[in-house]
Design a binder for this molecule. Structure first.
Ligand code: CA
Length: 236
């Protein structure tokens, strides 16, 4: 099969931002009287903000947060995050994206993040790589990861672009997912897509492999170095 599009998660894959996210989640929930330890934030990585807030709220208060409260909590967390030092590009990420594009594969972003400055930031850090119509963010999805919805929507967006160009639709085996989080791997696998885990955080490899990851690398640089091998393996 020919690989057509590669769907990249953002935090912990394109940006080295998970430490900041974990710290901000902990401080935000403490401010609203709830407890979410930093280590636990890595377990929920990939969920929508509302999903994480409700999970903690149900556990600690016995009920979900109201829509209004979710808005205030997520705003607080976003404000804190924006005050953090800007997370840098993950080493090897831009080189990989350029390789992906040069090999004729379309790079896409599929993220649970709802930062308003997201597109501008992606374009500044990865110039010439991404297209707005081929991005899935928190604004697009209802359930978020680990539900396959974000990746199903990513494939749908790609097919819409194909259809507008008068081209035939493509099956899930023409896509890959690149993820660093267990819930993200779970979502990619559930969407029926070949899923590559990149273990850039504190979790053991098995946390990703046990969710069904098809391949695992330990950094974006390593995936970048092995990109030709990945493409060849998918062809056979
Ligand atoms: Ca991630």
């Amino acid at each position: 099969m020919e690989l057509e599009a590669a769907m990249f998660d953002m935090d912990g894959v394109l940006f080295d931002s998970m430490k900041n996210h974990a710290k901000c989640w902990h401080e935000t929930m403490a401010h609203f009287g709830m407890d979410l330890p930093e280590w636990e934030a890595y377990m929920h990585e990939g969920r929508t903000g509302a999903g994480t807030i409700n999970l903690v709220s149900v556990r600690q208060r016995g009920h979900e947060a109201s829509e209004d409260e979710i808005g205030r909590i997520y705003q607080y967390k976003s404000d804190l995050f924006n005050q953090c030092p800007k997370a840098v590009r993950m080493p090897g990420a831009y080189e990989l994206l350029q390789k992906v594009k040069a090999s004729g594969v379309v790079p896409m972003v599929v993220t649970g993040s709802g930062q308003k400055t997201l597109l501008e930031r992606l374009n500044r850090n990865f110039p010439g790589i991404f297209h707005e119509e081929l991005m899935v963010t928190a604004f697009d999805v209802k359930y978020g990861k680990p539900n396959p919805e974000p990746y199903l929507m990513g494939m749908e967006k790609y097919r819409k672009v194909l259809s507008a160009a008068g081209k035939e639709t493509v099956a899930p085996n023409h896509f890959i997912v690149v993820e660093n989080a267990p819930l993200g791997v779970e979502a990619g696998v559930a969407a029926g897509v070949f899923t590559i885990a990149v273990n850039t955080g504190p979790l053991p490899d098995d946390a990703l492999l046990s969710q069904g990851a098809d391949l695992l690398f330990h950094s974006m640089q390593e995936l970048c170095d092995e990109w030709e091998m990945v493409v060849n393996r998918l062809k056979n």
